[in-house]
Write a protein that binds this ligand. Structure first.
Ligand code: MRU
Length: 342
């Protein structure tokens, strides 16, 4: 199995696997400036909350490289600009804020650059172990809740190595279960309009040799009513103190249908996807994307020329509908009340 890393930082260049072109073409995009890193995040060359955060770190390193001196005030403005690229996933803000605190008091450009680059690499390495721990928590909980040899799992959007730079969150659960020969079938829903499910999750599952079927999102109720799903696993872009979870648009629908049919619904995310300063989901900013993503399919117009569209990229799943929220420190259950050191 050959897997191209979604993010590499080598010889002062940020190299991203262009996720817009997958699965048909594996094209690398090189970024050398803050603006190029910003655009790559905004245009979704790279995507998925953890990878957006890692890209943010390396993009700040590029800014340092391109300036003759390291001026913290100017660096802070560049950091504020970068956070705006995609507002919902808190990982970008988390990583940018961490880099800012890391460089507090640093005066030398070379020192600042090395600190940021090393921090970026460390975060990617650390995520491998953390993703595995949070994934194992879910598998263990599911096995206790519903003891059986093999499971049918439904997942939404893309949460594997393309989104996380490592085994992934919800897809990490699927990989861990696959390693224990506990997967019967994975249903990857398409995830309109960007098709992260049919393009990216199916691509990853194929590389991992995991049996899967792509389904349309409207299939969720059919699947659950016909007892074809044992559990649902999804990732998160931001988790509020009370467990309300922002994730790819359509996640909330799944949680409501799952509640109706009594199917366990898990959220899997690293601690830096938690935003405990936000009390509940009502104040989480939901990114609104271009109408064309819905009205067109690639260059081909599918809606009438006069139609408009509304394209919120995320929705909020009520914490009360989530069976368990897992991170590297454990698995938690409703009522949620996450504190600073989760
Ligand atoms: O718009 P995207 O593709 O960046 O959205 C990604 C998701 O919503 C993922 O489910 C989420 O980031 C978790 S990834 C581990």
């Amino acid at each position: 199995m050959s897997i191209i890393p979604p993010i590499q930082f080598k010889d002062d260049e940020l190299i991203l696997l262009d996720q817009r072109k997958l699965p048909n073409e594996e094209v690398l995009v090189k970024c050398k400036t803050l603006q190029e890193g910003y655009t790559a995040i905004k245009d979704m060359v790279v995507r998925g909350a953890p990878c957006i955060g890692f890209t943010g770190i390396f993009t700040l390193a590029l800014w340092i490289k391109n300036n003759s001196e390291f001026n913290f005030t100017e660096f802070s403005s560049a950091a504020s600009f970068l956070i705006e690229a995609r507002p919902t996933a808190v990982n970008l803000k988390y990583e940018v804020d961490t880099v800012l605190s890391l460089l507090m008091g640093v005066k030398e450009k070379d020192k600042a650059y090395d600190l940021v680059v090393n921090y970026g690499h460390e975060q990617i390495i650390k995520s491998e172990k953390n993703n595995r721990m949070m994934s194992e928590n879910v598998f263990k909980h599911l096995r206790e809740l519903k003891p059986q040899d093999k499971y049918n799992i439904l997942t939404h959007c893309n949460t594997g190595f393309l989104a996380c730079g490592s085994i992934g969150t919800a897809l990490g659960v699927i990989q861990v279960m696959h390693e224990s020969n506990a997967i019967n079938m994975v249903y990857a829903d398409e995830t309109r309009p960007y098709l992260q499910g049919s393009r990216l999750t199916a691509y990853e599952l194929g590389k991992l040799g995991i049996k899967h079927k792509v389904v349309v999102e409207g299939c969720a109720s059919y699947l659950m009513k016909n007892k074809l799903i044992d559990a649902i696993v999804v990732g998160a872009d931001r988790i509020a103190r009370n467990g309300d979870t922002a994730n790819k648009i359509g996640t909330s629908n799944l949680s409501i249908i799952a509640k109706h049919y009594g199917i366990p619904f898990y959220v899997v995310a690293p601690t830096n996807s938690f935003d405990v300063k936000t009390n509940d989901g009502s104040t989480i900013e939901i990114e609104l994307r271009e109408e064309e993503e819905i009205l067109n399919y690639k260059e081909y117009r599918i809606a009438p020329k006069t139609s408009q569209a509304l394209n919120p990229s995320f929705d909020i799943t009520d914490g009360s509908l989530i069976t368990g929220i897992s991170n590297e420190n454990g698995i938690f259950h409703a009522p949620y009340d996450f504190k600073e050191n989760i």
